[in-house]
Design a protein around this ligand. Structure first.
Ligand code: KG4
Ligand code: ZN
Length: 338
């Protein structure tokens, strides 16, 4: 089965084609057009700007994907599209394009939750065999969610962020340090040359009984430290980046491993933009080895927003919906069943 995936929930415009047979899927082609350079200039995503760019890119991106996959639209079996959560204008670009294609080509349309898509990026890695149940940590710019996944499409939300998401914390703290958006990858680079002992920031909710996250207190702690300095020299920025990253990694790893132990789970699935952080991955790998857990992480380019993950989610949770019943839902979330 060949699926065309379309993703336009935030600042990327993406399309991909995957081909699936039984339990295995293969990524045939994917194109991601990013308007990040534009958002770096404004210090963040301005929704109207993002949607306007996506409207320009969506058709060329789909065309290039089809051509890269050496196929044609008629050979596609189904279309998958992100319908939420995300920015309304951005989501509409993808949803309306997908609906039109589905109508013109008379192909089934599968609406996909963007967060579920992130988790399914793990199935795009070659030669992986993922067994259930699994604990999934999705850490992106808008969410930090911990879920129990019992089988395909079966998610129980164990905890989520109470305020800032992990990626948002990286981005907001980056702004305090004078770094451009998105700051996560830059903080990771700077942290590598930072002194781990110079600053220590709080690890919010690290020992709480639930699986919730909260990162706004960390941002305030960094702000207080920044205010003590009349100007930030390069080494201080690196040291602050290191302390920030250490605090976020500590909380994410500790809570995820605790969830795995308490639910008797042996599989951990990392995903979302923050999972592209190699230091986070390394820490998780070390802890997984110690605790005999099996860790899965998508390749870096599949951690950040892409359409291959949307097509993958559609393949494993295949539920086409009539076109007139699909609408963009910016607030879409996992059902809370704690
Ligand atoms: O999943 P994603 O591409 O978009 C959303 O769905 O939000 O995640 C983007 C987030 C941004 O906050 C960005 O700073 C963060 O992921 N990010 C990172 C890294 N790469 C991207 N955070 C930490 N380290 C990284 N290497
Ligand atoms: Zn995302």
């Amino acid at each position: 089965m060949k699926i065309l995936g379309i993703e336009s929930s935030c600042d990327e415009t993406a399309a991909a084609i995957i081909e699936g047979e039984r339990e295995k899927i293969e990524l045939k082609a994917q194109v991601v057009a990013s308007s990040l350079a534009l958002h770096a200039k404004t210090g963040g995503v301005i929704p109207e700007n993002a949607a306007r760019e996506q409207l320009k890119y969506i058709l060329p991106v789909i065309k290039e994907t089809i051509s890269d996959a050496k196929t044609d639209l008629e050979s596609i079996d189904a279309i998958a599209v992100t319908y939420g959560p995300g920015l309304i204008g951005s989501l509409l670009v993808g949803v309306e394009t997908a609906k039109t294609l589905s109508y013109v080509l008379q192909k089934p349309l599968v609406p996909v939750n963007h967060m579920v898509g992130h988790i399914y990026a793990n199935w795009l890695m070659p030669n992986v065999t993922i067994t259930f149940p699994a604990i999934a940590l999705v850490v992106s710019g808008g969410h930090s969610d911990l879920l129990l996944m019992k089988k395909h499409g079966d998610f129980t939300l164990l905890g989520g962020t109470r305020d800032d998401a992990a990626g948002e914390a990286f981005d907001k703290i980056g702004r305090l340090l004078g770094l451009p958006y998105p700051a996560g990858p830059i903080i990771e680079k700077l942290a590598a040359a930072g002194d781990p002992k110079r600053f220590r920031f709080p690890r919010p909710l690290i020992g709480s009984d639930d699986y919730d996250f909260s990162f706004s207190g960390l941002k305030t702690a960094v702000l207080r430290e920044v205010q003590k300095h009349t100007s930030l020299d390069d080494q201080t920025i690196k040291d602050l980046a290191r302390a920030t990253q250490d605090a976020i990694i500590d909380v994410l790893t500790k809570k995820t491993i605790k969830a795995a132990k308490e639910h008797g789970v042996q599989t951990i699935l990392l995903s979302g933009g923050v999972a592209a952080n190699q230091t986070l991955h390394k820490k998780f790998s070390e802890l997984s080895l110690q605790t005999s857990l099996k860790l899965f992480t998508p390749a870096k380019n599949l951690c950040t927003d892409n359409a291959a993950m949307i097509a993958a989610a559609a393949y494993y949770t295949y539920k086409p919906v009539p076109r007139d019943r699909i609408t963009a839902n910016p607030e879409l979330y996992f059902e809370a069943k704690r």
